[in-house]
Each structure stands twice: as C-alpha cells, then as structure tokens.
Design a protein around this ligand. Structure first.
Ligand SMILES: [Zn+2]
Ligand SMILES: [Zn+2]
Length: 373
C-alpha cells in the first residue's frame, strides 16, 4: 500500500510538517480548551494530537471547496487567508472550484441557490477565465502550491506546504466546445464537475427542470474526454438518472463531491433537500470505485461526523470523502483552522485512524491517481 511506503518516507521529515499547527496544540495544552490542567482540556489536547498524527501520516483533501468567505467565489482578491488557515488546521489539499455560472445565481425564497437569469453570450466563459486568473495569482503570490499530479500532492504534503487541485463547478463555460476542456487542462485544472445550476447541453441537474432525461450524447463525449485528458470527473448536482447513465459511460471511478444522504437526520430540516442523494444514487458512484463527498452543512462538527457515518453505513468507508463546499461563513467548517478539529471529532465519533485517513483524503487520492496519474 502507498500509505505504508509513504509513512516511512515521511518519517525523517515529521518535524518539518505543519509547524503552525504544532504551536496551536501548544496553545490547547496551555488550557485554551478549558481550565488549565482540567481533564476536559487534557482530553481535548490528546484528541487534537491524535488527529494531527493522522494528518501528518496521510494526505488530507477537501474534495470540494471555494476556499471560504475570501475564496474564489467571493469578490475578494486572492490573499494569504487560505494558506494560513490550511496550515493552522493542517489541511494538505483543497480542490478549489471556480464557479462559471456564479454571476447568474441567486437565492430563492427558501434560501436555495438557482440561476435567476439567462447568461449573455460568452459571459460565463469570460467569468471562468477571470477566475482562472484569480487562481493563478493565488498560486503565484499567496503560499499555495498547485498540484498537477499525484506526485505533486505527495511532495507538497511531505514539505508541509498547502496545495490546491484546480477544480470547476459546472461546465457552463464550454458552449459546446470540447477544445475548451483541453484549454482547462493546460490552465492547470484537474477536476471537473459536469453540471451545476444552469441548464446546459451535458445533462440534467437535481434542482432544475428535466430536459434531457439524464446524460446527453455530448455529455458522454465530455466524460470520455475527461478520462482521455486526465481530469477527475465529478457528478455532483447531477440527477440520479444522469448519474446512472454516466456510470455506464465511465471507465474510471467517478466522484460525487458534495451532498448528504436523503433525509439526513444529522442535517435536519434544510433548504438543501433537493441536493441530497438516495442510497441507490450513492451506491451507483461507489460501484465505479468512486466516492461520495459529504458537505459541511451540519449544526456542529459532531453532527458532521454523524452525517459521514450515515453515508458510510450505505457505501462503506472506502467510498466516503469530505467535500465541505465552503463558500461563505455558513457551515461548521467555516474556515480550515477547523480541519484538525473535524479529524478529532471523527476519531472521537468512532472512526478508526485508518478510516479517518481514507475519508479525509485516501479515497479521493485513489480516484485522482486513476484519473490524472
Ligand atoms: Zn455545489
Ligand atoms: Zn460548490
């Protein structure tokens, strides 16, 4: 197994990894979690230390994010926030998603996102290119590496430097032109989600009107092109019919990066019901060797862990990931200083260290290696 070879290889450099986080454990040990010397504070420090041990040994990956309230879907220019938060919480890799249909999205009365107007010709392509320029500047000046292959991910983790995988949420910039996928690859993207909130010629999305009865022939061509060029293919937001048809076309593991199980008790009442998935929908992804990411829209970290368990009970721990969908201050992982605490909650909630490592990154790494190399 890779993890074993890696554990030994990383053995010499443990003291270089995530130094800022080691200081935050020091702060916790000094009593930040409770009265100095109390049992609760000592337990919290032990849990954080155990979580850090997992994060030093294994590459952890948020499989779907926009990088929080100053991230790529915000109006803020690139800043050091993402790198600082990832270091503080010991997150190794973020799949950072540009949102091509961002300019035309709004919220309905229930608080759910939807496209509120038809884009002008070329508008979403231009927005997509502007966001890729944002990503370039983040990588050039703000302490984040860009990973183009699995070796880059492992090298960044070993060096203790945060990395992104360039991602895009919804291929609404293609305008029917497959050559724009090649351009996306040249620009450093390695992960593509097929549909979002805007009707396109690829397939149907969960919160929209059914137009295609699933995946179109062009959509099938896009999946084959993802395999050929070397992208992780992400079917989040797709209808169950589209996913079933995508599974038949796919010859590599598929990802469904951010959702929760239908009727999730851990989530409770939510405007996101239309974006949850049935057990069979999730199983279809698992059967490709893929993984289902669970978002962070839970009341607290312990409820988030229950949400991960709800999905693991259906598909098994080899097929669950963490895809927070962090885009503003909503959600229980509001920024990545919380990541190590999420890991601690997973260990406290009954996941073993090995299961935690798989859910927090190993399962995505398997998909990434198969898709990208
Ligand atoms: Zn989404
Ligand atoms: Zn998103």
């Amino acid at each position: 197994m890779d993890c074993c070879g890696h554990g030994h290889a990383a053995g010499n450099t443990h003291h270089h990894l995530w130094p800022a986080t080691l200081m935050s454990v020091g702060a916790l040990l000094a009593g930040a979690g409770g009265p100095s010397g109390s049992t609760a504070a000592a337990d919290a420090a032990d849990e954080t230390a155990a979580a850090l041990a997992v994060l030093r040994r294994a590459v952890s990956i948020d499989v779907h994010t926009h990088g929080g309230k100053t991230g790529i879907s915000s109006k803020s220019p690139p800043s050091d926030d993402l790198a600082n938060h990832m270091r503080a919480g010991a997150l190794a890799v973020a799949c950072l998603a540009d949102v091509p249909d961002g300019p035309i999205l709004g919220r309905d009365a229930a608080g759910a996102l939807a496209a509120v107007r038809t884009p002008a010709s070329g508008e979403l392509y231009r927005h997509h290119l502007a966001r890729l320029a944002w990503m370039d500047e983040l990588v050039a000046h703000h302490g984040i590496r860009r990973a183009l292959n699995a070796a880059d991910l492992e090298a960044a983790h070993q060096a203790g430097e945060p990395a992104i995988i360039g991602d895009v949420e919804g291929l609404d910039f293609l305008d029917g032109r497959l050559e724009r996928l090649e351009e996306a690859h040249q620009r450093g993207l390695r992960h593509l989600q097929l549909v979002h909130y805007t009707p396109n010629d690829i397939g149907d999305f969960q919160t929209g009107a059914i137009k295609h009865d699933g995946l179109t022939e062009f959509g099938a061509e896009v999946i084959r092109a993802c395999h050929r060029l070397g992208f992780v293919c992400d079917v989040a937001h797709a209808t169950e019919d589209m996913v079933r048809q995508a599974v038949k076309v796919a010859s590599k593991p598929l990802l469904l990066s951010h959702t929760a199980v239908a009727g999730s008790r851990a989530m409770g009442p939510t405007p996101l019901t239309g974006r949850q998935v049935t057990p069979d929908h999730a199983r279809a992804i698992a059967e490709t060797g893929g993984s289902v990411g669970i978002w962070h829209f839970f009341p607290d970290l312990d409820a988030y862990v229950t949400g991960l368990k709800e999905m693991a009970d259906i598909v098994g721990t080899d097929h669950v990931s963490i895809g927070t969908d962090q885009f503003d201050s909503r959600g229980c992982v509001a920024d990545y200083t919380r990541w190590v605490h999420l890991m601690a909650a997973m260990l406290r909630g009954g996941f073993t260290a090995e299961e935690t490592a798989k859910i927090a990154g190993g399962n995505y790494l398997r998909i990434f290696k198969a898709a990208v190399g």
